[in-house]
Every structure is written in C-alpha cells, then in structure tokens.
Design a protein around this ligand. Sequence first.
Ligand SMILES: [Zn+2]
Length: 311
Amino acid sequence: MRRHNLLVHPELDRVAHLRRDTDWLEARLGDPTTRLYPVWRNQSFVTGPQDAPVACTVPADAGWWRPLAAETALLGVTGATAHMAIDVGDVAEPARHPELGSLGRFADLRMIGGLMPDADAALCAHARAILWWHRQHRFCGACGSPTESSQAGYLRRCRNPDCATQQFPRTDSAAIVLVYHGDSILLGRQPGWPRGMHSVLAGFLEPGESLEGCVAREIKEESGIDVTDIRYHSSQPWPFPQSLMVGFTARALNTDIVLDPEELESATWYTRSALAAAPREPRRGADFYLPRRISIARRLIEDWIAGEIAE
Ligand SMILES: [Zn+2]
C-alpha cells in the first residue's frame, strides 16, 4: 500500500456553504446521527484497546453534553452524518463525570493517532485544532473586548460594535525537510524530544518569507548545511497545537555539521542501509528510533529508505 500522510480525512465534506445556515446547524445538534467529538484540554476522546483506540463520539441528541460544551464547531459531513467538535475543557475531572467517564477516556492524539483508524484520527485532529483556536482567541487582539463564535465555529467576531474585528481560524506554517547527500540523510535531535527519537529538521515560517527561503534558512541555522534542489513533497495538518507541516526534500551542498545547540543536541548523517536496519518504533531505553507513524517526518524517511524520493 502506498504511504500517505495521516491526520487528513479522505472524504470529509467541510460544507462551507452551510456554515451560516443556523437552522441546519441547530437541526444537526438535535439529530441522533450527528457525531460529537469531545476535546478536553487538548486531549481527544477515545475508547477501545490501548493499542487500537477508536474515536469515542457522543450522539448529538443525547442532550447531557450541552451544559458541558464551552464551544461547538462543525467539522463537516460524511454521507448523511454530520461531525462536530465540542470543547468540554471546563469539566474538572472527566473520568469522574457520569457520562464522559463511562463512555471513554481522554488521550493525547500525538501519542495514539497512528494507532487509530485514519478517519477517526483526522476528525480528532480537526476537532483539537479548531477548539484550540477558539480557546486562544476569546478576546479581541485589537481592542481587548470578548469575542463570539460565528459561522459554525469558523469565525470569531469582536463583540464591541465599534470594533467588530473578525478573526479566522489560524494555521502556522512550518517547513519540514529531508536533507540528503548521496546515500545519506541528515537526522537530528532536539533537546526536549523523547530519548532516542531522531528526525528530519523543521522550522517555522517567518513573516515575509517564502517556504523555500524557510527551508534554506532553517537547515543552515540548525546544522550549518547549505541546500539546493529544494522540492515540495507533501503536507500534513499538525494540530499540536496549530501547524501545517509542509514537507520538502533538499540536496546538501556540504556535509560538515555545525550545530546550533539551542535548536539541536545532535545531528548526524545516516546511510540508507543503516536506517533500513535500524529500529523504527520507540522502545524503552533504545538509543535510536524514528518518529511515530503519525508524522510526515516518518513518511519522508520511509519514502527515502524505499528509494521513492528522486535525488
Ligand atoms: Zn475588538
């Protein structure tokens, strides 16, 4: 099976044309087929085995969820089913809540998303991202007044009528880059990462910068390597908390690594054969493993090991 990026729903219709239709939205919130995706303080609601969790959804007509929901946002529609996110972050202890506690558990999507069905992980990612944005934009950045949600959760408007500034859901772009030289690629470690994990380098786009410029700047800053032949690979929403990872490949012009110790604690060239033989998954005490399957970083590395990235 061809590799693909996770956290992207293959068939969700975002129905942007229905977001202003308050009658349609209210009907969906009373419809027993509408699935609600609770998010509690950035954690996703799941059920099932620890090694194969699935999204735990609440039927919208259940009613008990309404006083718990600080915010709701429409995710979209698949077939005749609407999917909506609800923020239950104000519940003090969800495990002790009679309904939430008996239905499922809250978990960090970054840790478990790669174990879930693709569509479930994508809907949980979407829910987490849009509700994070709401939590971070409860007040107007222009005048400081409270804001309110509109358009099914895709707009926040300042409640001060003299201001009325509109804010739209925000995504931060980051370039993530597989840097190759001959038969080797550059992998590094950030100081805060779990012990043993190694990955390709990445960094955030700055104002006034192109993605290609970001690729060249970040690689040079972090590793001292100059790159050329910068090519787009694929992209992935990365709601931790609100990024779009834009994947690139780039050819190194030099191989002498000069680390920026603020950004990386180590960086090394790894040959294709060494990587093919190395452990992929995290293991307790392991000195080397690759990023989790959920990430575009892993996809880039796997594509390169398989010889699918043109040099
Ligand atoms: Zn304002």
